[in-house]
Design a protein around this ligand. Sequence first.
Ligand SMILES: Nc1ncnc2c1ncn2[C@@H]1O[C@H](COP(=O)(O)OP(=O)(O)OP(=O)(O)O)[C@@H](O)[C@H]1O
Ligand SMILES: Cc1ncsc1CCO
Ligand SMILES: [Mg+2]
Length: 240
Amino acid sequence: MDIIANTLSSTGASPAMTHSLLEIPDFTPQTHAVVINIGTLAPEWLPCMKCAAGIANELAKPWVLDPAAVGASCFRLNACLELLALRPTVIRGNGSEIIALNTGSIGSTKGADSLHESSDAIEAAKSLAKSSGSIVAISGSIDYVTDGHRVVGAHNGVQMMQKITASGCAVSALIAAFIAIDPAHAFEATVSAFAVYGLAGEIAMGLAKGPASLRMHLIDSLHSLDEDTVINGVKITSFS
Ligand SMILES: Nc1ncnc2c1ncn2[C@@H]1O[C@H](COP(=O)(O)OP(=O)(O)OP(=O)(O)O)[C@@H](O)[C@H]1O
Ligand SMILES: Cc1ncsc1CCO
Ligand SMILES: [Mg+2]
């Protein structure tokens, strides 16, 4: 929650973290986008998540699903399948998470970390995008985004970002913030969020001594990015 909220604030978005059923009906209409992240899922949280997704859908607000560690337990997998039925705008996971979600089976993961390269999950992502109707975004050395037909990659980022817990969760939230700015172009917003986040990571790596200082400099560099740096620094290619 810390890194997600600070990633959003430093970029100019306005985060609010909630998981009580008592307030989700009041909170959700105030948002421009919703992120549902199952990182620390407990049974009583699932109805809250479904409630938020349902209200987002009723109000035509975009929402992003982060299926954190979905391949690690049946409880997480079944929760994600219920959330998938509510049709997220974007699903963002690491390679193992996207593969688990697409096959509907657990086991092929290293807990919350990925056993797979992002490229291993491209076909699973395309299939998941077609079956779910969502845009599917895979993080990794190259971040891939697909709607089941197009595949676009963002090449920015540094390997040490994997060593910052919840850096993937943070980019899921950044994707939601970017879509909130331009909901009609959710695919492009998703690719842009990945590229901008990775670029901020590259700049931060120049100042960092390890994962803890990278985390700090990543938030600082997101805050100070300007248009020229972004336009000159993002590396985006189309794969199909
Ligand atoms: N090998 C790599 N090279 C460059 N960037 C990477 C690499 N691996 C991951 N990243 C970047 O690190 C960030 C987190 O991605 P990762 O795939 O580790 O997410 P995750 O496993 O869901 O993380 P978490 O669950 O801790 O939030 C993304 O922005 C991604 O682009
Ligand atoms: C460490 C950890 N545990 C559950 S999810 C997570 C990292 C964010 O996906
Ligand atoms: Mg994750």
